[in-house]
Design a protein around this ligand. Structure first.
Ligand SMILES: *Cc1c(COP(=O)(O)O)cnc(C)c1O
Length: 428
């Protein structure tokens, strides 16, 4: 299988080189040259996530050097569950927060880390992953790469603008992971990371790579939990499963869309956004208008220019058909708070502010009687206790998160000035 750039100006590459490249040289995103087709029956009774992952991803790694270790990579990435929790006969919550940093990004980050480690086995120089984060990405990447030989991580986060628990998580790894508390905004962090990644003379001595949500190594494995949930409902009731997905950069929702395009029994895909309404406005009929982001309670979704939009266009170039295939709804901070409170009262389930946008969107999606729907829960509420606890009371902390919060945490202060970052990276 080869991968093409969405902008069509770069050479087609196999999985391994496309993974190593991250962004294509023409600044496009890598997409598969064709979409492999599967029949749900091919998966028999397979329910084990690693086994399902290896089967689903095999066509994408065909003829690639990493194909031989795909089952091992899937074993590492999918070593915690993604339960489909039944709320009624027709309504479910797909819980993606049982990994080490209590957010869905653990799945993709762990697959990427395991893949890069396998690639690095032959290299004689360490590879440094530079990642800018507004919270969840950095923690998932740091946890996934921690202690992996041949790999280092430098995380850049805006000092004082992530939740205290997120900041603690970012700084608690040590070893091959360094956390930089940048005196600036998330956009400053992203600009610094981009500058480093395009600094040819630095890279000659210190090889760098990225781990953001456009990476194939994060995008493709995210299909696995949609496939698993949809197959389980299809085997049980013969129905396709419809999903409401909390959405920022569109990576997670695009994985659901690719799984649907492969032939898995997935019905409608509804994009739940916060007050950053670029996608809801587009799907309601306006032109696509990317813009600067605004801060909200669901901070991991504070995106005004979703980077995976190019993949959405690749999957369906016609606007009219796109608007048939997806819906998108926006939730204000007040609506996020109201949803957290309402869902706790109605179901007894406490949700994080990101998941609350999906619960807010659900009644707007126009579900028909007899359809099966799953709300996707992207993070554990205990990560956002400052928002959630005043509304619904104390939230127990999951064990993995508690262990991290007990470890000492240390971040290096960094001015929002590239010369300082360059020196820190060069010194390793
Ligand atoms: C990153 C994140 C999202 C948004 O996912 P995208 O793939 O960027 O659309 C939603 N919820 C949580 C908790 C996240 O960390």
């Amino acid at each position: 299988m080869k991968f093409l750039s969405t902008r069509r100006q770069a050479a087609a590459l196999g999985f391994s080189p496309a993974l190593a490249a991250g962004l294509a040289p023409d600044a496009g995103l890598y997409v598969p040259e064709r979409i492999p087709q599967v029949d749900p029956l091919e998966f028999g009774e397979v329910t084990d996530l690693p086994a399902l992952a290896a089967q689903l991803l095999a066509p994408f790694l065909k003829d690639d050097p990493l194909a031989a270790c795909l089952p091992a990579l899937c074993g590492e990435a999918f070593d915690f569950p993604a339960p489909l929790r039944a709320i009624s006969a027709d309504l479910f919550q797909l819980e993606l927060f049982h990994g080490p940093t209590a957010a869905f990004k653990d799945f993709g980050a762990r697959f990427l880390a395991a893949s890069l480690q396998a690639q690095q086995a032959a290299a004689d120089q360490a590879l440094t992953i530079v990642v800018a984060t507004s919270g969840d990405t950095g923690a998932a990447v740091a946890a996934a790469f921690h202690d992996r030989p041949g790999l280092k991580v430098s995380v850049l986060y805006p000092d004082g603008r992530v939740s205290p628990r997120q900041a603690h998580q970012l700084g608690c790894f040590g070893g091959n992971v360094r956390a930089f508390a940048v005196a600036g905004s998330f956009d400053d962090c992203q600009a610094l990371a981009k500058q480093a990644l395009s600094d040819g003379s630095l890279q000659a001595s210190t090889p760098l790579s990225s781990a953001n949500s456009i990476s194939l190594g994060r995008w493709l494995p995210q299909m696995v939990y949609y496939a698993s949930a949809a197959l389980s409902e299809w085997r049980r009731s013969g129905r396709p499963l419809n999903f409401v997905v909390p959405t920022g950069n569109l990576g997670n929702a695009m994985a659901a869309a690719l799984a649907r395009a492969m032939g898995l029994p997935i019905g409608r895909i509804v994009l739940a956004c916060n007050a950053n309404a670029t996608l809801p406005e587009f799907f309601a009929g306006a032109d696509y208008r990317p813009r600067a982001s605004i801060p909200t309670l669901a901070n991991a979704m504070d995106v005004g220019a979703p980077s995976n939009f190019e993949r959405l266009r690749w999957l369906q170039p016609a606007d009219a058909q796109l608007r048939e295939d997806f819906q998108a709804f926006s939730a204000s901070d007040a609506q996020i708070r109201a949803s957290i409170t309402r869902i706790a009262h109605e179901t007894g389930i406490v949700v994080c502010p990101h998941t609350a946008t999906a619960w807010h969107a659900l009644p707007m999606a126009g579900a028909r009687p007899g359809e099966a729907w799953a709300v996707v829960a992207t993070a554990h509420p205990a990560k956002f206790e400052q928002v959630v606890e005043p509304l619904v009371g104390p939230v127990p902390v999951p064990e993995a998160l508690a262990r991290m919060l007990e470890r000492p945490s240390h971040a290096l202060p960094l001015p929002a000035d590239y010369a300082h970052l360059r020196q820190a990276l060069a010194e390793g």
